[in-house]
Design a protein around this ligand. Structure first.
Ligand SMILES: [Zn+2]
Length: 280
């Protein structure tokens, strides 16, 4: 089954763009997903929607229905995020081991991870452009969740020593500007943890436009190479990169899935990538 995606209901304003990573203008058509056209940069390999909707119109996609999706799946997503943290040795990260005890989750949805970190002792903040999700987390969990995109949150320089974003960067209109802002608000000895789908993974290769992450809300689809380039260009050093997920549930008998999951993680062709990084 595909990841949930909103359906662009009316004509959105779109813009054509060159590759955001290398400014390359040479691209080849890769796949059509609904009304969205994906291309691959011939220079650096980045996959992106071209043309792309503008932020003002995209923002409308992430409201009521999105909240429904987030609330129904919050426990699942939280479990996966915790497995990710475990994989990099941060199962329950103690704030005292970091430069300051301030944690930021970007794309925090209903705030389960923020709540978990708060219970681990962190001063925990969440950001999400889905208004109803933030309102829910504030009301039901007494969390500090802000209903703004990162670029409008106006945090002070070096505010956070741990910044997390799960399945967020592929939705962002300007990933380079986004990481510039991450660099500014991350403390000197701070760390970042990002997960995003892997366009070079086994599943993306065999399923093409019916791959679960080939959806209209994903503006950019990275692989290890392009995401590494994005981080390094933004002034970060990668401490760990891992991929996981060989095959989605129900696509094959359990024993085949288990073998593929094991191989994917060992060999780096998993469906999802995690990057753990710090400032260079
Ligand atoms: Zn490029």
């Amino acid at each position: 089954m595909k990841t949930y995606s909103s359906k662009p209901l009316r004509a959105e304003e779109v813009r054509e763009l060159n590759c955001i990573l290398c400014s390359g203008t040479a691209q080849r058509f890769l796949m059509q997903v609904g009304v969205s056209r994906f291309v691959k940069c011939l220079d650096c390999g980045l996959v992106y929607q071209n043309p792309q909707p503008v932020f003002r119109d995209l923002q409308q996609r992430y409201q009521g229905d999105y909240f429904q999706y987030e609330i129904e799946n919050e426990q699942n997503f939280f479990n996966l995020m915790k497995l990710g943290l475990e994989d990099i040795g941060l199962k329950c990260p103690m704030p005292s081991m970091f430069e300051n005890g301030r944690f930021l989750d970007i794309g925090c949805a209903t705030g389960l991870l923020c709540e978990y970190m708060k219970n681990c002792g962190w001063d925990s903040t969440g950001l999400d452009i889905c208004g109803p999700s933030c309102a829910f987390g504030r009301r039901e969990r007494q969390l500090n969740l802000i209903n703004k995109p990162l670029e409008q949150a106006a945090f002070a320089d070096q505010s956070f020593s741990l910044i997390h974003a799960s399945h967020l960067i592929e939705h962002v209109v300007d990933p380079c500007g986004f990481f510039k802002e991450i660099y500014r608000i991350m403390s000197k000895k701070g760390f970042g943890i990002f997960t995003t789908p892997n366009i070079a993974g086994f599943q993306a290769r065999i399923f093409g436009s019916s791959w679960r992450s080939a959806i209209e809300d994903h503006l950019f689809l990275f692989d290890i190479r392009s995401f590494t380039q994005l981080l390094e260009q933004s002034g970060f050093r990668i401490l760990k990169k891992i991929t996981w997920g060989g095959l989605a549930k129900g696509r094959a008998p359990g024993w085949i899935k288990r073998i593929l999951d094991f191989m994917a993680k060992k060999m780096g062709f998993g469906d999802v990538m995690l990057f753990y990084f710090c400032k260079r």
